[in-house]
Ligand binder design. Structure first.
Ligand code: PTJ
Length: 257
């Protein structure tokens, strides 16, 4: 890894890039994953590279949904494996979720590498690689192959950095879909039941924290959190947040006369 000076003003952002580049060189992050990250970075700039209030609402709802779920599953792709492998394993253990490797660009070698990374962080079982797969007809990418015991049987699926196609299909199958996507206007964000518009590197630790906070809540209280949640409203709040930020910035720069 290139040496990055911790005093560099963009140190954290550069370190995230390094993790992806290393994942790419190690053969489990795809080129498209690097491009997708660039798009994510742009939206991260617009929200100020911090977890904003509407994202916290979604994190609260996501934690409740995961706690209430009977068969929660966390779907892992190349970028997720590069950025937050430890957090994924920790979260899965906390909410008793299965972990499934599910790739847009499905290559056996990548699947195995991601499987091994998750295992190295303590995942006892990782689905989608060596177990029975089933095809969901409505999905038009390699993501259509899902594990019979994993995503296929899930009631709640967490899908970080996803494409809209599968989110829509999983919703049609009656599943609760939690997305983590920095783009509030992506098809994924709009189709998901709960969209966390935040960088995955902040969202996963915050989700873990929230699950721990909610440990003392009853089923009834968890249900109430979900009932009071509207994804549409949250996405509108994100967009308003970005607009306000741009407005303030334009005033600061004296762009609006
Ligand atoms: O590993 P694979 O083969 O499954 O492929 C993974 C990628 C990411 C290439 C694949 O899922 C893909 O093409 O995704 P998209 O359609 O480009 O969507 C990725 C979304 O994630 C975009 O809306 C980005 O804004 C968003 N995103 C990128 N980086 C982050 C992010 N969201 C949260 N945190 C990030 N760090």
């Amino acid at each position: 890894m290139d040496q990055i000076n911790p005093n560099h003003p963009r140190y954290e952002s550069l370190m995230i890039r390094e993790k992806l580049v290393r994942g790419f060189k190690d053969g489990y992050v795809v080129e498209q994953g690097l491009i997708a990250h660039g798009r994510g970075e742009c939206f991260d700039y617009l929200i100020g590279e911090e977890t904003i209030p509407p994202a916290l609402k979604s994190i609260r709802a996501a934690a409740a949904a995961l706690r209430l779920a009977k068969h929660p599953v966390i779907s892992v792709n190349g970028n997720t494996a590069a950025l937050v492998p430890e957090g994924i394993v920790k979260l899965a253990k906390l909410v008793n979720a299965k972990i499934e490797v599910n790739l847009f660009h499905r290559i056996r070698d990548r699947e195995m590498k991601i499987y091994n990374i998750l295992r190295s962080y303590g995942a006892e079982e990782v689905f989608g690689v060596n177990d029975d797969l089933i095809t969901i007809d409505e999905i038009f990418s390699e993501r259509r192959k899902v594990s019979l015991k994993g995503i296929y049987s899930a009631d709640v699926v967490l899908v970080p950095l996803e494409d809209g196609d599968r989110t829509e299909a999983l919703r049609r199958l009656g599943k609760t879909v939690i997305a983590i996507d920095l783009n509030p206007i992506s098809r994924t964000s709009r189709a998901a039941s709960i969209s966390i518009v935040d960088n995955i590197v902040r969202a996963i630790p915050k989700l873990i924290e929230e699950v721990n906070i909610q440990k003392t809540l009853s089923t009834e209280e968890l249900r109430k959190i979900l009932e009071g949640y509207s994804n549409e409203e949250v996405l509108k709040e994100v967009i308003k947040y970005i607009l306000n930020k741009l407005h303030t910035l334009s005033k600061d720069l004296n762009l609006l006369k």
